[in-house]
Design a binder for this molecule. Structure first.
Ligand SMILES: Nc1ncnc2c1ncn2[C@@H]1O[C@H](COP(=O)(O)OP(=O)(O)O)[C@@H](O)[C@H]1O
Ligand SMILES: [Mg+2]
Length: 309
């Protein structure tokens, strides 16, 4: 990908549906092999975007507040394209908060406020004219607890593409997403059955299939295996490996071994007391091997040794 691969197009779009004026469209080229690989840049020459070529997200001095409570302080990190980045650290240190800030999922929380900036492919994701629907289309999310819709397996996957007007080739799209999520063989003969009849591990892979069906650029996974048994967890980890490179993945996990198995780079967050109050702080962010093998910060060392030992 190069700078020219992005289009920053502030003009209102006229694809048949009413659009908010002055809407920012975020366009990126999909990684090779991404599902559906949408036709990408239409006016690359208009691009005025400056970004490190391999960065998908650049967080700069991010602070996050819920009302008067500060959950995170001074987080700066660059998340690389096509890699798996793990966020680890003790409970309450702001991992979920940070993950959800990457696609503006916190916006609806009363009192939520963010300082600093998060750029996505060079665009300020909190810019006032950014279309949050487009943001969430590009940046998909899978939650800790599988949350299939009370619909058929097929309709779970087809729901978002239908809503986004991606109706042509829908059957193939559903199959491709289910194959991509390593679920096709288990469900291909029961696509009309309710998704609620699937096991927990299958439901979580269904949620991943649902997320990839609309060809996102990024997948955010918040402890996707924490409610699953070891076999289903292994299936999710295998799936993350198979999706790697096609999508940029950011995963929160409290399981050190899991981070070590799946992530290229790992960010360790901790609670640091500033004044009177503990605030989530990014302690160290590096290659996963370094974080677990030769961390620079003694706080990282204590945490990973304690958790691994
Ligand atoms: N919706 C919310 N409203 C108020 N405080 C919140 C909310 N969500 C999280 N917090 C607080 O923010 C801090 C970080 O939480 P969280 O991001 O969930 O941590 P983690 O995922 O690392 O366990 C915690 O102190 C938590 O209580
Ligand atoms: Mg969490």
């Amino acid at each position: 990908m190069s700078i020219d691969d992005q289009t920053f197009d502030p003009r209102p779009q006229t694809n048949g549906r009413p659009q908010a004026p002055n809407r920012v469209r975020i366009r990126t080229e999909p990684l090779p092999g991404a599902i559906g690989a949408p036709a990408a840049t239409e006016s690359a020459a208009e691009s005025h975007v400056h970004i490190a070529p391999d960065a998908v997200f650049e967080a700069d001095k991010v602070g996050i507040f819920y009302g008067r409570k500060q959950a995170l302080i001074d987080v700066s990190m660059r998340i690389r394209r096509g890699q798996v980045t793990a966020l680890i650290g003790p409970s309450g240190c702001g991992k979920t908060t940070f993950l959800r800030s990457l696609n503006r999922m916190n916006d609806s929380i009363p009192g939520f406020r963010i300082d600093g900036s998060i750029n996505y492919h060079g665009h300020d994701i909190y810019g006032s004219n950014v279309d949050t629907v487009e943001v969430r289309r590009r940046i998909g999310m899978v939650f800790q607890k599988p949350n299939p819709f009370p619909k058929s397996i097929y309709d779970n996957i087809a729901w978002a593409p239908r809503n986004l007007g991606m109706r042509s080739g829908l059957k193939e799209r559903v199959e491709k997403a289910l194959r991509g999520a390593a679920l096709w063989d288990e469900v291909k003969d029961r696509l009309k059955d309710s998704a609620l009849g699937l096991s927990g591990g299958q439901q979580q892979r269904l949620c991943i299939a649902r997320a990839i069906a609309i060809e996102p650029d990024v997948l955010l996974l918040d402890e996707p295996a924490s409610a699953l048994d070891p076999i289903a967890t292994g299936a999710i980890e295998d799936l993350i490996h198979s999706l790697k490179g096609r999508f940029t993945i950011v995963i929160v996990t409290h399981n050190m071994q899991q981070a070590a198995r799946v992530a290229d780079r790992t960010a360790f967050f901790s609670l640091e007391t500033r004044g009177e109050k503990p605030i989530g702080t990014l302690i160290e962010f590096d290659e996963t091997e370094k974080i677990f093998g030769a961390p620079r910060d003694p706080r990282t060392r204590d945490y990973v040794m304690g958790r691994f030992g």
